[in-house]
Design a protein around this ligand. Structure first.
Ligand code: ADP
Length: 649
C-alpha cells in the first residue's frame, strides 16, 4: 500500500533551499550519493564480520547508470540498504547535527548559503539541487520486503513496497531541464560523470562502475571490417582508480591533486594553506598527509569541534578522528595517518595506550612545528596569515599543562607592539631593546591606539621602549606561564615597579612620599574599600593618575576570570598612583590643608577616573557624575589660577 508522509520541518527548509539553490557547485550531489553508498557498504561489511546470518563477501560495487532519453541517472550499491522505518526516518528527517547547525547559521543570516553548502556537504538532499524527482528503492538484509521512496522535494514523500531481490539501495534522479544558464544536461554525459568521479570520489575504496558504450566496426563472415557498419559494445567499466593518494609516489602527486583531496575529504571549499606529506620508514613505518586549512573552520572554538586525524592500518580505514595523534593546540590540523604496523581490529582503549601511536604523534607534532618555523623564516606573509587564523591555539599551547610545551612553541608567537606596524617575535623584540631596558614590557588593551594613550605609557614612551600589545584573553595567562624569554622577564606596564627611573629620581619621589605621608595615608583611609594602596607614581609624566595592580592577579586576568562561569571572588589588587609632578597633586595638597570633607570628594573622583581610563566599570556612576558637577560649579565660582592665567594677566 502506498503511503504519503510529510517531511519534518527542518527537512522541508533544507529541501526548499536546495530546490532554489543558486549554488554554483551543484555537481557535488554525485559525491554525496557515492559517499552514502560507500558508507552503506562499509556498514554491511562490518556487520557481516560478526553477524552469521549475513553473507560474507568481497564483491562490492557502486554502479552508475544513465538513461539519457528519460533524463535519469541512477546510483546503486550493494550495501546495508534500509528497512521501512530506516527509510522513513533517514530520508524524512535530518539526522546530521552538522546540517542542523547549517540551517541555524542560515537563519541567523551570518553566512551565505553558497559558502556553507561546500563546507558542510548537505548529503542526500543535495540531489534536489539538480533533480525534479528522486526515487529510492532499497532492501535491507533484515527486511523481507523492499521499499520504494519517491519525492519531488516539496512537502511530502511516498513510500510503498517494491520489487528488489538483492540487498542494497538504488537512487534514481530525474534531472531538471536546462533553464536560466543552468546546464543539467551535462550530468547525463559519460565524460562528465567520469570526470566528477575522478575529481571527488577517486579514492572510494569500492569499484564505481558505469556502463559505457563504444562503437566497433562490424565484421563480415570472413572477419573483415564492413565499411560504415558498427557494433555497439556495452561494457561495465570501473571508473575510479581506488589507489589511495598516499600510496602513489610523492613525486607523482601534484599540489593540485593534494588540494582536491583535501577539499573533498575534509569538506572545505578553499585550498589548504599548508600540506605536509610524510613517508617514514624504519622502526616505525607510516605515512601521513597533513593539512592546515587557510581559514579556521567556523566551529573550531566550539565544544562540538572534534580534533583528530583519520587513521588507516595497512590502507584499511580504522577511525575517523583519532584524537591521540594530535595535541590540542594543533587541533586545527587535518589529515590522515596510514600505519603499516598497527593491527586492524585494534580497539579505542588499546589505541590510547599504544606506544607506536604515541611516537607517531610526537613526530607529527615536531614536523608541523618545524614546518611552521620554516615558513616564519622564509615566507613571513604566509606565516602572519596563518598566525592570524590559528595563533591563539599556539598561545593556549604555551599555557596548557603548566607550560610543558612552552619551549617548543614560544618562538612561533607573534605580537603586536606599540611602536611597530608589523607583528614581531619575542626574539625580534629583544633584539630591538635598548641596552638599559630591563624587562620585556607588555600591556593589555583593546587596541594599539588605546594603549598608546594610556597613562601607564607616559614614561615608557618617553624612553622609546616598545611594548607588546596583548589583545587575546589567553595572552596574560600565557605570559605568566612563559615568565621569561632569553633570560629577560616579562613585566606589565600596569603592574608593580617597572624599574625605569634612575636612582636619584626614585630617591626624590621617596622623599616626597615621606613629606606627604599624612596626605597619602588619609587618601588610603578614604579609599580603603577600593584600593590596597595610594602611592606617588614613578611611571607617570603627563597624566595625573593611574591604577596599577599588585604583583599577583592583573586587571586583565580579573576581567577574563570574571567572565567565566562560577567563582567570581577573584580580585586584582588595585593601587592608585598619583603623579607628584602634575598640577593636580598641588591641588590635592591644598584641599587637604583646607577641607578634609572636600578631600573625600576629590579622592572618589580621582579613583573613578582612574577606573574609567583603565576600562574598568565604576560602581556608582550617578554619584560620580554629581561630584564632578559640584566640582565644576565650584571651579567656575573661584577659577583655578594657572601659570598661563598669570602670564595673560
Ligand atoms: P549522512 O549520510 O551524512 O548521514 P544523508 O542525508 O546523506 O546524511 O543521509 C541520511 C541517512 O540516510 C544516512 O545516514 C543513512 O543512514 C541513510 N542512507 C543514505 N544513503 C544510503 C544508502 N545508499 N544506503 C543506505 N542508507 C543510506
Amino acid at each position: 500500500m502506498k503511503k504519503e508522509l510529510e517531511f519534518k520541518t527542518e527537512s522541508k527548509r533544507l529541501l526548499d533551499l536546495m530546490i532554489h539553490s543558486i549554488y554554483t557547485n551543484k555537481e557535488i550531489f554525485l559525491r554525496e550519493l557515492i559517499s552514502n553508498a560507500s558508507d552503506a557498504i562499509d556498514k554491511y561489511h562490518l556487520l557481516s564480520l560478526t553477524d552469521d546470518t549475513l553473507e560474507k563477501t568481497n564483491e562490492y560495487e557502486i554502479h552508475i547508470e544513465v538513461d539519457k532519453k528519460h533524463r535519469k541517472i541512477s546510483i546503486s550499491d550493494n550495501g546495508i540498504g534500509m528497512t521501512y522505518d530506516e527509510l522513513v526516518n533517514n530520508l524524512g528527517t535530518i539526522a546530521k547535527s552538522g546540517t542542523l547547525e547549517f540551517l541555524q547559521k542560515m537563519k541567523e543570516k551570518e553566512v551565505k548559503e553558497t559558502d556553507l553548502i561546500g563546507q558542510f556537504g548537505v548529503g542526500f538532499y543535495s540531489s534536489f539541487m539538480v533533480s525534479k524527482k528522486v526515487q529510492v528503492i532499497t532492501k535491507s538484509p533484515f527486511s523481507e520486503t523492499a521499499y520504494k521512496w519517491v519525492s519531488e522535494g516539496e512537502e511530502s514523500f511516498t513510500v510503498e513496497e517494491a520489487k528488489k531481490e538483492s540487498r542494497g539501495t538504488e537512487i534514481t534522479l530525474t534531472l531538471r531541464k536546462n533553464e536560466d544558464e543552468e546546464d543539467y544536461d551535462s550530468f547525463l554525459e559519460e565524460y562528465k560523470i567520469r570526470s566528477l568521479v575522478r575529481k571527488y570520489s577517486d579514492y572510494v575504496k569500492y569499484p564505481i562502475t558505469m556502463q559505457t558504450e563504444s562503437q566497433k566496426p562490424r565484421l563480415d563472415e570472413e572477419g573483415k571490417e564492413i565499411e560504415d557498419e558498427f557494433d555497439t559494445i556495452i561494457q561495465n567499466e570501473t571508473i575510479n582508480t581506488r589507489t589511495p593518494l598516499w600510496n602513489k609516489p610523492k613525486s607523482e602527486v601534484t599540489d593540485e591533486e593534494l588540494n582536491e583531496f583535501y577539499k573533498s575529504t575534509y569538506f572545505d571549499y578553499t585550498d589548504p594553506a599548508f600540506n605536509i606529506w610524510l613517508n617514514i620508514e624504519g622502526a616505525l613505518t607510516y605515512r601521513a598527509l597533513l593539512f592546515i586549512p587557510s581559514k579556521a573552520p567556523y566551529n573550531l572554538y566550539s565544544e562540538k569541534y572534534e580534533k583528530g586525524l583519520q587513521l588507516y592500518a595497512k590502507d584499511v580505514f580504522v577511525m575517523d578522528k583519532c584524537k591521540d595523534l594530535i595535541p590540542d593546540y594543533l587541533r586545527f590540523v587535518k589529515g590522515l595517518v596510514v600505519s603499516q604496523d598497527l593491527s586492524l581490529n585494534i580497539s579505542r582503549e588499546i589505541l590510547q595506550k599504544n606506544t607506536q601511536l604515541k611516537k607517531i604523534a610526537t613526530n607529527l607534532e615536531k614536523k608541523i612545528l618545524s614546518e611552521l618555523e620554516k615558513t616564519l623564516k622564509n615566507d613571513r606573509e604566509k606565516y602572519v596569515k596563518f598566525f592570524q587564523e590559528f595563533g591563539v591555539n599556539l598561545k593556549y599551547g604555551v599555557y596548557d599543562n603548566y607550560g610543558e610545551k612552552k619551549e617548543l612553541i614560544q618562538d612561533l608567537l607573534l605580537f603586536k607592539t606599540v611602536n611597530k606596524d608589523e607583528m614581531v617575535t619575542l626574539k625580534e623584540y629583544i633584539e630591538a631593546m635598548p641596552k638599559e631596558q630591563e624587562f620585556i614590557l607588555f600591556g593589555s588593551s583593546s587596541s594599539k591606539e588605546a594603549m598608546k594613550a594610556s597613562p601607564q605609557m607616559d614614561l615608557v614612551k618617553s624612553k622609546g621602549y616598545d611594548v607588546l600589545v596583548l589583545t587575546d584573553e589567553v595572552d596574560e595567562f600565557m605570559i605568566s606561564i612563559l615568565h621569561e624569554y632569553d633570560k629577560k622577564q616579562f613585566k606589565s606596564i600596569n603592574q608593580g615597579d617597572l624599574n625605569i627611573v634612575d636612582e636619584t629620581e626614585k630617591e626624590s619621589i621617596k622623599n616626597l612620599e615621606t613629606e606627604n605621608q599624612d596626605l597619602l595615608s588619609t587618601l588610603k583611609e578614604i579609599l580603603k574599600d577600593e584600593v590596597s594602596d595610594v602611592k606617588l607614581s614613578t611611571r607617570l609624566t603627563d597624566s595625573p593618575v593611574c591604577l596599577v595592580s599588585g604583583e599577583g592577579l592583573s586587571f586583565e586576568m580579573e576581567k577574563v576570570i570574571n567572565q567565566m562561569p562560577g567563582d567570581k571572588t577573584m580580585k586584582a589588587d588595585k593601587i592608585l598612583e598619583i603623579n607628584p609632578k602634575h598640577a593636580l597633586f598641588q591641588a590635592i595638597e591644598d584641599v587637604y590643608l583646607t577641607s578634609k570633607a572636600e578631600l573625600a570628594n576629590y579622592a572618589s573622583v580621582l579613583y573613578n577616573q582612574a577606573l574609567l581610563i583603565e576600562g574598568l566599570p565604576i560602581k556608582d556612576p550617578v554619584s560620580f557624575s554629581n561630584k564632578m558637577i559640584a566640582l565644576m560649579i565650584k571651579a567656575s565660582k573661584s577659577p583655578v589660577h594657572t601659570d598661563d592665567d598669570e602670564q595673560a594677566a
